[in-house]
Write a protein that binds this ligand. Structure first.
Ligand code: A3P
Length: 320
């Protein structure tokens, strides 16, 4: 199913020869392209989307660091933005039948992957799209248009643990799984998909301060702690606020219930189904909790992480 390195375009193969290379978590190697780390297949998708994607002012793009709750926010965004076309109380709501990743596709991992030419004709307005790309690598038309960017990140310790489990789960037959120590040093050195994680977060943080109407900066923990407030804030940011009538009818609560970890992870589509790109839907649901890192980190690991976080995020208001 997956494109092998020798199946890449000649342009991409040539480019790879010039890029810094490191041991990958999943693929044998990852490469540093435009300052972030990615697999050859992702880099090919990124180049295609940078060259071809034409943003529309009404587009809504969800940008996340991998394993920060993308699946959750895709479900929230989809049900929020499409609540007229697909009322949340509807029996056949798309979220009951499809995994959120099939409803809000990624640029580089789905739409432009493996040399595909995306067909946007079935998309309704506003188009809901997603990516893990750092701000500086977004297609130029996204940066130049009035497209709204919803950014999501998560406590880096939980992000790391989630990523470690996820990449091991994706390994076929669970062969050669990575020990935590093996990938911990890579992560701390910035070598993780779309990393360094601190650059990713800080760039979007700055953009959200400079351009608050374009970039909304969200954190997994904050949504978990105050889901209603953040969903309403998201609706306002996207210029589709909830009416008092909707609130009184329980629309906000029902969207949160529908998109909750408990509900989504138990749906048949998510326990037995597969994504159009081949991954099993269930790999996107593990525990969905804050602070699971405490079950895995040694004191030394935690101290090393705290030091990096302190150094890198000093001067910003980001606290973990
Ligand atoms: P854990 O591995 O800590 O459980 P992503 O969607 O970006 O790949 O992130 C996956 C993480 O989000 C996983 O974290 C997963 O369990 C969690 N998650 C998935 N759906 C969720 C939901 N509806 N609510 C909260 N967390 C969710």
């Amino acid at each position: 199913k997956y494109l092998q390195e020798d199946e890449l375009s000649d342009e991409c193969k040539k480019l790879l020869l010039t890029l810094p290379k490191e041991r990958g978590w999943l693929a044998s190697h990852i490469y540093n392209y435009q300052g972030f780390w990615a697999t050859p297949r992702i880099i090919q998708g990124v180049i295609a989307c940078q060259q071809q994607f034409q943003a529309q002012d009404s587009d809504i793009i969800l940008v996340t660091t991998p394993k920060s709750g993308t699946t959750w926010l895709k479900s929230l965004l989809f049900s929020l933005v499409n609540r007229v076309k697909h009322p949340i109380f509807e029996q056949n709501h798309p979220l009951l039948i499809k995994n959120p990743h099939d409803l809000v596709p990624f640029f580089e991992l789905t739409l432009y992957v493996d040399g595909q030419v995306p067909d946007f004709s079935s998309f309704t307005t506003p188009r809901l799209l997603s990516t893990h790309l750092p701000f500086a690598s977004l297609p130029k038309s996204v940066q130049d248009s009035n497209t709204k960017l919803v950014y999501l990140c998560r406590n880096p310790k939980d992000t790391f643990i989630s990523m470690w489990h996820f990449t091991n789960n994706l390994k076929l037959d669970h062969k050669d799984i990575n020990s935590i120590g093996k990938v911990f040093d890579l992560f701390c050195n910035g070598v993780s998909l779309y990393g360094p994680f601190w650059d990713h977060m800080l760039d979007y943080w700055k953009q959200s301060i400079e351009n608050p109407n374009k970039v909304l900066f969200l954190m997994y923990e904050e949504i978990k702690e105050q889901p209603k407030m953040h969903l309403k804030g998201l609706a306002k940011f996207l210029e589709c606020p909830f009416s008092i009538k909707e609130e009184n009818c329980g629309v906000v609560d029902e969207i949160l219930r529908m998109c909750s970890f408990k509900n989504l992870s138990n749906l048949e589509v998510n326990t037995t189904g597969k994504l159009s790109t081949g991954e099993e839907n269930k790999v996107f649901f593990r525990r969905g909790e804050i602070g699971d890192w405490k079950n895995y980190f040694t004191t030394e690991m935690s101290e090393k992480f705290n030091y990096i976080i302190e150094q890198k995020f000093q001067g910003s208001e980001l606290k973990f």
